[in-house]
Design a binder for this molecule. Structure first.
Ligand code: SF4
Length: 244
């Protein structure tokens, strides 16, 4: 089976937010105004956090895109009273929208705060991406007001591309399947793929010495990992040499 995962290189991310916009376009997520955001009703499925790193007199701003981590040991799954969030065979933390009764317990128990409650009347039907095989797939279509939703790792693309490969009787090539955020990132900071493939880029990067999982000490085993930002000293602040 596939084991989908993602690695985001924080040295490459420039915080442009293109990934956020691409996700909104791909997944038909409304752009909500500041008033709604101030009431805790933001809808984006990926956000770009920022923090400072390095010495106090020469800090560097680091951007950290945060998606659903598709945790292997997902804390959102066991608090749902109706089993509306569950793992798929290929390791996705999936919402079963038509089961959700809107308790939001999963959101409370998510350490990354990436789940979004649909306060607005809109559905997740994909306007721009053809989905003949997945048109009636509840993983894709049944988002609605009063139902929890979140990053799906672009499940519609996963289903479409894996089905295409199956119909053509060939294995899916590494890199053939890209999430919308990955496809749009101008610095190629996001790499998505199959962790079960020995030769996949995502597997190689997830085993890189700089690779780490956010809040890894919680033992939730996130499938989205990061390459730690490599900080470069600012030459303008290098200590001046001895005067001649
Ligand atoms: Fe960072 Fe790429 Fe997202 Fe821009 S599109 S914020 S560079 S991950």
């Amino acid at each position: 089976p596939h084991a989908w995962g993602m690695v985001i290189d924080l040295s490459a991310c420039i915080g442009c937010n293109a990934c956020v916009t691409a996700c909104q376009a791909e997944n038909n997520i409304p752009i909500v105004g500041p008033e709604e955001v101030s009431r805790g009703r933001e809808m984006h499925w990926i956000r770009v956090d920022r923090y400072f790193e390095g010495p106090l007199d020469d800090p560097r701003l680091v951007f950290q895109p945060v998606t659903c981590m598709h945790c292997e040991n997902a804390p959102c799954e066991y608090v749902c009273p109706v089993g509306a969030t569950q793992h798929t065979a290929d390791g996705l933390n999936a919402m079963i929208y038509n089961r959700c009764v809107g308790t939001r317990y999963c959101s409370q128990n998510c350490p990354y705060k990436v789940r979004r409650f649909n306060w607005f009347q809109y559905t997740g039907e994909q306007a721009s991406y053809p989905l003949p095989a997945a048109a009636h797939n509840p993983e894709v279509t049944l988002r609605a007001e009063g139902v929890m939703e979140k990053c799906t790792y672009c499940v519609q693309r996963i289903r479409r591309k894996t089905l295409d490969a199956e119909l053509e009787n060939r294995p899916l090539a590494d890199g053939e399947l890209q999430t919308a955020c990955q496809q749009t990132c101008p610095t190629r900071a996001i790499v998505f793929g199959d962790l079960n493939r020995q030769d996949s880029a995502v597997r190689r990067l997830s085993e890189h010495p700089l690779s780490y999982g956010l809040l890894e000490n919680l033992n939730v085993r996130p499938r989205t990992r990061y390459l730690a930002a490599v900080t470069h000293p600012n030459p303008a602040l290098a200590s001046p040499g001895e005067p001649e």
